[in-house]
Design a protein around this ligand. Structure first.
Ligand code: AKG
Ligand code: FE2
Length: 311
């Protein structure tokens, strides 16, 4: 069962920061998802990223498998990997420079094969991270915090953001019936900034415990980014903001997307924000380090039931 959905559109060119922050708050409370327009990244940049992403996924499987995901969760994961055997294939990378960067090992396709690949992705990481940080400062405002709150608690270093390139194949065979592009999940981190190539498939479920679940289509809004709240921010806000369940249907049309997962630095302590609790509404969760939260979630996703890795 699905129906049409009109998500809020946040215009970053609007001059009134407080009213943008208010709109973001409402979007995060009601949907956990919104569009962002006038974010400052030109269309041509997305086109280049999709072009390079397409070139990588078009390589023979054995070439892609040479960059198979490593212990620091960077690299390639083929279709049908993970617990859910989804149809998507992905590539994870992050831009260097943060204080944790020595512990993260990126992998890159060979320069002889894809000469513009690394520079395109690194430059996009930089651009999209700038939008992510701008949004987090608006989110801080929307939570009645200092707009530099997340910076001040040390939430951001570059390596706490991960870029995931996704490719959904155009053919769905009979044996794939019932499979998803991406199965229902919520994102782990603070914020996700998603660019899609216009092909439908993304859906959200606003009430995960309702039976039957109601799935609503997230339409493409030209030039926009789709932004959603992850579990870490849901926890930080004492569930004032929602980390909404979402999925991608396999509709037999080739689809590309690029997600930036903005997480908090591993050492950052996630403790209920002051503006999100009161005597009558105490904190629901104990404090946790961001790294411990993320590790738990990654292990649950990447380990199968026998505890064996199934990238
Ligand atoms: O490709 C999409 O539209 C969504 C991908 C997604 O939900 C994810 O990577 O977490
Ligand atoms: Fe997601």
């Amino acid at each position: 069962m699905s129906r049409d959905l009109v998500l809020p559109i946040i215009d970053l060119a609007s001059p009134d920061r407080d009213s943008i922050a208010q709109s973001i708050r409402q979007a995060c409370v009601e949907y956990g998802f919104f569009y962002v327009i006038n974010h400052g990244i030109p269309k041509g940049v997305f086109q280049k990223v999709f072009e390079e992403s397409k070139k990588f996924f078009a390589l023979p499987l054995e070439e892609k498998l040479k960059l198979k995901i490593n212990d620091t969760y960077r690299g390639y994961t083929p279709s049908y990997s993970g617990n859910d055997e989804d149809l998507k294939e992905s590539f994870y990378l992050s831009s260097g420079g943060g204080s944790n960067s020595e512990t993260i090992i990126n992998q890159w396709p060979p320069e002889e094969t894809l000469p513009l690949w690394r520079v395109t992705m690194e430059s996009y990481c930089h651009d999209i991270l700038t939008v992510g940080k701008r949004l987090s400062s608006l989110i801080a405002l929307s939570l009645n915090l200092d707009d530099q709150y997340f910076e001040k608690v040390g939430a951001f270093v570059d390596s706490s953001a991960v870029l995931r390139l996704l490719h959904y194949p155009d053919e769905v065979s009979a044996s794939d019936a019932g499979k998803y592009g991406v199965s229902p999940h919520s994102d782990f981190g603070m914020l996700t900034l998603l660019a899609i190539n216009g092909v439908p498939g993304l859906q959200i479920c606003r009430e995960k415990d309702k039976c039957p679940q109601l799935w609503e289509d997230v339409h493409h809004v030209d030039g926009s980014l789709i932004v959603n709240i992850g579990d870490l921010l849901e926890r930080w806000t004492n569930c004032v903001f929602r980390s909404t369940l979402h999925r991608v249907l396999a509709i037999g049309k080739e689809r590309y997307s690029v997600a930036l997962f903005l997480d908090a630095n591993a050492d950052c302590l996630i403790e209920c924000l002051e503006s999100c609790c009161s005597e009558t509404c105490p904190p629901r969760f104990p404090p946790i380090r961001s790294g411990d939260h993320l590790r738990e979630r990654l292990q649950a996703t990447f380990l199968n039931k026998t505890g064996k890795q199934t990238y």
